[in-house]
Structures are given as structure tokens and as C-alpha cells.
Design a protein around this ligand. Sequence first.
Ligand code: ADP
Ligand code: MG
Length: 354
Amino acid sequence: NYMEKYANRAKYGGRAMVTILPGDGIGPEMVSYVRKLFKAGGFPVDFEEVTLDSMHEDHENMNEAITSILRNGAAIKGNIETREHSKFFLSRNVELRLRLDLFVNVIHCKSQPGLITRHKDIDIVLIRQNTEGEYSCLEHESVSGVVESLKIVTREKTEQVARYAFDYARKQGRKRLTCVHKANIMKMADGLFLKVCTEIAKQYPDIEFNNMIIDNCSMQLVSNPNQFDVLLLPNLYGNILTNIACGLVGGPGITSGRNYGLKHAVFETGTRNTGKKVAGKNIANPIAMINASADLLEYLKLDDHAEIVRNAIWKAINVEKLHTLDMGGSTGTAEIMDFIVDEVKSQTQLKAYT
Ligand code: ADP
Ligand code: MG
């Protein structure tokens, strides 16, 4: 796997260095819990914090963040609010993904038996092209009252994300991959996406391949989600369907999202919310960010530590039923985190003595 081969992970004295971008809203709260957790578990990870939020609007911070991520190879981030009157044309989140060429976003939506949701036993991986399509940020007003927005689809980037998706499916033992598109209307743009994905599919005869139009797929996803295994998505449809899928398995506070470039990765929550309204009230659900921190540990090849974190999350949600407001409970953010931290502490000590 080329990403494993080229992945750049900074190590100093056997410890990994990771960039941390707190962001806005609940971001700073969430990443501080990650720090606390890693410290309690004695995980061999140090953090380099770069302030990148809507209050610090200068290019220096963005350049610093990018230099830091390129040097360290990995980052964990809170979402940055895009203010309407920002002097920047690009959302800072989008700018970061474009400049780092984080070409793929991977989100694994899995039902938690301890959560009451409309559908049970969902287990879908959504693989989204993360840098082009409608997010190319090429818009202009040609004459007053007429705006053109360019949706860029390239063979190169589509092949890259399609290969990633099929390799992923194969490696994870998944059976079926569905390409989502609107090629009946956007015959050229989505047509190319579908054509390239169909070509790549021929190189993976062991993975069953089909395609579905985005509108039908949206309906199928909310009415019969269990039919899906892996979804391969262009950028904007990916944004929408990942949010639907995260909603189906418990909302914005549960699922994490992984963004990969060739040599570096950025970990965050799946739905990329800032959660302004729930910030600083001890009610935000920390699980999505803690899941992101487990993704980060896996990327750093600290699989044992990742497993300890995942087990603690599982126990909190499904055994102890520690649920925040959004999960239908009344447990505070700090209380869930106390449980997870204690659990990680005791499991890490157990491991050390066995
Ligand atoms: P806002 O920025 O206006 O707070 P977002 O778009 O960031 O809203 O989030 C969408 C919705 O999801 C909001 O209702 C927000 O409160 C909720 N939300 C986002 N993240 C979390 C979380 N971690 N825990 C609980 N609720 C959340
Ligand atoms: Mg928001």
C-alpha cells in the first residue's frame, strides 16, 4: 500500500509528534480531552499546537499549520468556522485540504447497540473525493447577475480515489462497492467519474461493483441502509451522504473522519461541525473526536493504544450507557471523559504488567 510506504511520521526519541489544530466552537475543548487522554495512558505522542481558527485570520498561521503537518505527517483538528465576512475567499478547512492535497476522506459509520436509532446493524464505509468537484473554489460573476461555478473532475484524481477505495475494500475484506453519481444529467463531469471508477473496478474482480444515482442513493440510504457496504463518492455528494450516514448511526458526536494525502493525514470528526451552540456547556459529545484520536493512533502504528481507546469508548456507550444529550442521555462531557480516561489508564497498566 503506497500510503503506508510513503507515510511520513515524525519521531523524536521514539515518540511521535503530531500537529494539533484546536479550531473553533467545541474544537479546543475536544482536543484538550485528547491531550488529557494520551497523557493519562502514557501514549508516546507529543503535540505541536498551531492556532488556526476564525479569530486568527492571517496567512502566517495557515502556512505554519501546513509546514507543521508536512513535517510531522499527522494532525488532529477541530473545525474552523467560516465567517460570512471573512477576508478569505476560501474556507480555511477547504484551503488546508487543497494545499495538503488530502485527496480522500474516509468515514466508517457503524451502529452502536447501546444507542437507539431508526436502523440497526449499519456498517458502511464512505470514501469521498476530497479536493475537486464542486469544492474547486473556482467561481466568478461573468456579468452582473450571472455566476459561473466550475466543477472540476479529472481522470487523475478520480483514478487515485477509486484505487484507494478498492484497495481499502480489499484490505478490509469488504464485498461490495457502489459508485454514486449523477451521470444522467452531468454527462461529462459525473460521466467521467463513473467511467473511471468502472474501469478501475475491472482490476478488482473480487469486489462486486455497482453504481447508483445520487438521488436514489439518498433515498435508499435513509430507507434501507443495510444494503450498502462501501460507497465511492464525488466531493459534494460525499459531503451530504457522509452527514446522512453519520446521522443514521447517532449524529455528529459519534463518528470520526480521516483525511489522507500521499504522505500525511488529518484526523477530525466525521461531520466537521464546529458545534458553537454546545461549546463550553459540558454537553458536547466527545466520542467523535476521541474516535478520531484512535484513528490517529492507528496511523502512527500504535495499534495497541488505539484498541484500548476503542474498547473504552465501546464500554462507555454500550455497557455503561454514558450518553450525552444528543445521544438521548444526560451525562456531561467531562463525566464521559472521566470514565474513558480511567478505563484507558487501567487497561494500559494491565498491558504493561502482562
Ligand atoms: P453550530 O456551529 O451552529 O453549533 P454545527 O453546524 O456545528 O452547528 O452543528 C450542527 C448541529 O450538531 C448543531 O445542532 C450542533 O449543536 C450539533 N453538534 C455538533 N457537534 C456536536 C457534538 N459533538 N455534540 C453534540 N452536538 C453536536
Ligand atoms: Mg457550524
